[in-house]
Design a protein around this ligand. Structure first.
Ligand SMILES: Cc1ncc(C[n+]2csc(CCOP(=O)(O)OP(=O)(O)O)c2C)c(N)n1
Ligand code: SF4
Length: 298
């Protein structure tokens, strides 16, 4: 008897575009990141019906609206717990988390080490523009000293968000991620979209929590960390770098030669929390809203 042929669904990057056109400013780095994400989703052949893109709040966090998968536009800084909850309840879904450096490294920073400990099988893409874009140019934890937005330089009376620029030392998200033992740590650049797409592809395929920090310049509010700034200071991770060597990963991340772009750290970690707590799923997840209300009202 003839065997039924296996149906392999092949998606193209265009299949992930939604009907909404991005409303980012002309020249925003997030366009390059979005295109890289479309390519990576196609490379992983993610079924849009089985994929959810979760975000916090910010210009970058608008991204789920521009992708034709399920989406969850969450609360500022809380994308990771929402995504972890989705993965716990529906482990068969592909869960991709997106947001800005303000969202992930400022208000949401406390979630990173704990998400690293739980190691859920989700991918976190941070569009790092070293500034708060949506709220018009305040400094973020990755702003260099002294970041003063264009408007502040030209007309401090009108733009007062950061009149003295950044006064605090920036954090290094890659060094922090390695210290937290996040099981896949990479850095990309929106002006190198093919390389970023490849890193995202690897991150989505990685079993465990993957963090990809992508430089994504904001030409409207950050005149210091521009595309030119990063073009001059980024370089490819050397071919002989061993990402499984934690000390070498720290060495690379801490090097003052510039910003390495590529896979920096990778560790096979124990099975993720969503598998360990699988036994809770049947009893913990109400099958309907009515059941949920009944559960909490009883
Ligand atoms: C609880 C809470 N605090 C503050 C805000 C205001 N807020 C909205 S977006 C944002 C920062 C956006 O910066 P980032 O996350 O880096 O994203 P970008 O806009 O640069 O892409 C802030 C402070 C908010 N919406 N909710
Ligand atoms: S304000 Fe900056 S981050 Fe926001 S859309 Fe414009 S260029 Fe992009």
């Amino acid at each position: 008897m003839a065997q039924a042929a296996e149906i392999v669904q092949v998606f193209q990057p265009k299949d992930y575009k939604s009907d909404l056109k991005p409303i980012w400013c002309a020249g925003c780095g997030d366009f390059g990141v979005l295109n890289a994400l479309y390519k990576a989703m196609a490379a992983c052949n993610l079924d849009p019906n089985n994929t959810v893109v979760v975000s916090g709040i910010g210009c970058s966090s608008r991204l789920p609206g521009f992708v034709s998968t399920y989406g969850f536009h969450g609360v500022h800084g809380r994308a990771l717990p929402i995504a972890t909850g989705i993965k716990l309840a529906r482990p068969e879904l592909n869960v991709i988390v997106v947001g800005g450096d303000g969202d992930g490294y400022s208000i949401g920073a406390g979630h990173l080490p704990h998400c690293a400990r739980r190691n859920p099988d989700i991918t976190y893409l941070i569009m790092n523009n070293n500034v708060y874009g949506l709220t018009k140019g305040q400094v973020s934890p990755t702003s260099t000293i002294p970041l003063i937005s264009l408007q502040s330089k030209q007309d401090p009376k009108r733009w007062k968000t950061t009149p003295y620029g950044s006064t605090e030392d920036p954090i290094d998200p890659i060094v922090q991620a390695i210290a937290h033992d996040i099981s896949f740590v990479a850095r990309g650049f929106s002006y190198k979209p093919n390389q970023l797409a490849d890193l995202l592809t690897q991150g989505i395929r990685h079993k465990g929590f993957a963090l990809i920090d992508a430089f994504s310049p904001c030409p409207t509010f950050n005149q210091d960390q521009t595309d030119e700034f990063y073009k001059e200071r980024t370089y490819d991770v050397p071919l002989d770098h061993d990402p499984t060597n934690k000390l070498k990963a720290f060495e690379l991340a801490l090097s003052d030669e510039g910003f390495p772009i590529g896979l920096i750290y990778k560790k096979e970690r124990k099975v993720s929390v969503q598998d360990e707590l699988a036994f809770l799923r049947e009893s913990a997840v109400p099958q309907s809203l009515d059941q949920m209300f009944a559960h909490f009202m009883s």
